[in-house]
Structures are given as C-alpha cells and as structure tokens.
Design a binder for this molecule. Structure first.
Ligand code: HEC
Length: 190
C-alpha cells in the first residue's frame, strides 16, 4: 500500500466508526431548549423516558442520576442526557461510573451522557436503565436534567424506533443555603 492508500483506508475506517450511531448519538439531541432529539433521524414517537435523581443539591456532593427508557415492544435502547442550569449552561460535572453502558462527550462546554454500543442492550425487551454521577460545584438555581430516549426495534436502522423525552429538576438545598445567608445577615450586625 502506498501512503495515499493508507490515508484513504484510515479515512474510511474513521468515518465508518463516526457513523456507527448505535455506538453513540451525536451531541445536542437531548430535547433541551434549542437542541434536537433522536427524532431528527429516527422516525417515530412513543415509549417513555424517565429521569430520576436527587430532589435537592449541595455543591461538592455527588449524586446518582438514572435514565430509564421503556416500551412494551422495543428490543434495543438508547439515550442522551445533559445537566443544565437555568441559563441553559452546563451545571456541575459528570462522572461515568459504569463505562460499559454510558459514555460522555463534550460539545460547546456541555457534557453529553449517552449509550455505548453495548449500552443499547440489543435483544432486551421492556426497558433499559443507565446511571451516572453528577456533582454540582456551586449554587446555580434550579438545575434540570434533560434526556431523550429511543425505544428501538433492533433492526440496525432508524426506522420503527420511538423517541420520548424526560426531565428532572433539582432544587438548591435550602437548609444548606440557610447557614450561609444567616452568616451574611449576622455579619451585617457585627
Ligand atoms: C444524525 C442522525 C441520528 C441521530 C440524531 C440519532 N441517531 Fe440513532 N441511529 C442513526 C443511524 C443512521 C442508525 C443506524 C446505524 C447504526 O446502527 O449505527 C442509528 C441507530 C440507533 C440505534 C439502534 C437502532 C436499531 O433498531 O437497531 C439506537 C438504539 C439509536 N440509534 C439511539 C439513538 C438515540 C438515543 C438518539 C438520540 C439521543 C439517536 N439515536 C439519534 C442515526 C441517528
């Protein structure tokens, strides 16, 4: 092989992996304001995407966020999630605690958590669940986890798959905020 053949072959290998969407969808498809969804390419709607996590947060504490996608007829699964503040900016940081099933990637300062190829659970009926850790670094008001899920039919294409959306809000922990503001009030009188 001459040099240009090698370059060409590696180009096709790279583009083949870049287009293996079942190994991870493109960033920015969570259904958050201004974003697309899996429906940009996959053709149906249905199933449910349920996000769960803590009700409140304290900066510096790690919390587990779970995304469940369910549909009675689907046989393969996928999701993408992002954790944003009220301005639509990345809130805190994400840690992948189960690298087999979700993975993350960063675009435009936002971290997208999404299925891996193994994490599409091909041939598994009913539902799929992924989890990851999220850790806030400051009080940034109400934080929202946005997730898009895909209940797919395991045919290796974008047809016959159902997209659904889910969100979860996390409030700043008031009881943890209080001592700080109490301290501020107190310092006014000292
Ligand atoms: C830019 C187009 C595009 C977007 C957006 C997209 N996908 Fe896909 N997806 C594909 C293509 C093409 C395939 C089929 C080829 C493959 O398996 O990689 C596919 C395959 C899949 C499969 C396997 C389907 C089956 O029936 O076997 C799953 C699961 C999946 N995607 C999940 C998602 C999820 C979840 C999202 C949204 C967060 C998403 N995709 C967004 C293009 C896309």
């Amino acid at each position: 092989m001459n040099k240009s053949t090698v370059v060409l072959v590696s180009f096709f290998m790279v583009s083949a992996s870049a287009f293996a969407f079942s190994g991870g969808p493109p960033d920015g498809k969570t259904g958050a304001p201004g974003e697309g969804t899996c429906n940009d390419c996959h053709d149906g709607s249905g199933g449910t995407t349920t996000v769960s996590g803590p009700d409140t947060y304290v900066p510096g504490t790690a919390y587990t966020i779970e995304v469940e996608v369910a549909d009675s007829s689907a046989m393969r699964w996928g999701f993408e999630a992002v954790v944003l503040d009220e301005n639509g900016d990345q809130a805190g940081s994400v840690t992948i605690t189960d690298p087999t099933n979700p993975q993350d990637s960063t675009s435009g300062g936002k971290t997208y958590v999404k299925h891996t190829s193994a994490g599409t659970f091909p041939g598994t009926g009913g539902s799929a669940t992924w989890s990851f850790d999220w850790e806030p670094d400051a009080y940034v008001g109400i934080v929202t986890v946005y997730a898009a899920g895909n209940s797919a039919n395991n045919d290796g294409s974008t047809t016959g798959d159902k997209t659904s959306l889910g969100t979860w809000n996390i409030d700043p922990d008031d009881t943890a905020v209080e001592p700080a503001s109490f301290g501020k009030v107190k310092s006014m009188y000292n």
